[in-house]
Design a binder for this molecule. Structure first.
Ligand SMILES: [Zn+2]
Length: 117
C-alpha cells in the first residue's frame, strides 16, 4: 500500500470515528433520522477503504504481470541469441554460408572432403 493510500485509509478511519460519534450523540438526543444518516455515511467510508485496498491489489498484480512479461521477453531474446551463436559456430566458411552449404572456399579444409564425397 502506498503512503498516499495509507493516509487516505487513515483519513477514512478518522471520518468513520467522527460519524460514529455523531450517530451516538444523535441517538442520545432522540434524532433517529440523523442516526440513520450518520450510519449510512459511515458505510461510505468503509466502502472507500475497501476500494482503496482493491486498487492497491490491482496495482500490485499489474506490476507483477509486467515483471513477468519483461522476464519472458528477456529469455526469448537470450534464446534467439543462443540459436544464432550455435548456427554461426556450425558454419564452415563464407561461400558455404552464402551458397546454403553447396560450395566451399578453396582454402576451406572441408572443400576437399565434400569434393571427394
Ligand atoms: Zn567450408
Amino acid at each position: 500500500m502506498t503512503r498516499l493510500a495509507r493516509a487516505l485509509c487513515s483519513l477514512h478511519g478518522a471520518v468513520l470515528a467522527w460519524l460514529a460519534y455523531c450517530a451516538m450523540q444523535s441517538a442520545r438526543n432522540g434524532a433517529t433520522w440523523a442516526v440513520l444518516l450518520f450510519a449510512a455515511a459511515s458505510l461510505m467510508t468503509v466502502i472507500a477503504v475497501i476500494r482503496e485496498t482493491e486498487l492497491t491489489d490491482e496495482r500490485r498484480t499489474a506490476a507483477v504481470r509486467a515483471e513477468r512479461v519483461a522476464r519472458l521477453r528477456a529469455h526469448a531474446e537470450e534464446d534467439v541469441a543462443a540459436l544464432a551463436r550455435i548456427e554461426l559456430a556450425a558454419a564452415c566458411c563464407e561461400p558455404w554460408w552464402t551458397s546454403a552449404g553447396t560450395d566451399h572456399d578453396p582454402a576451406c579444409p572441408n572443400s576437399q572432403r565434400s569434393s571427394a564425397a
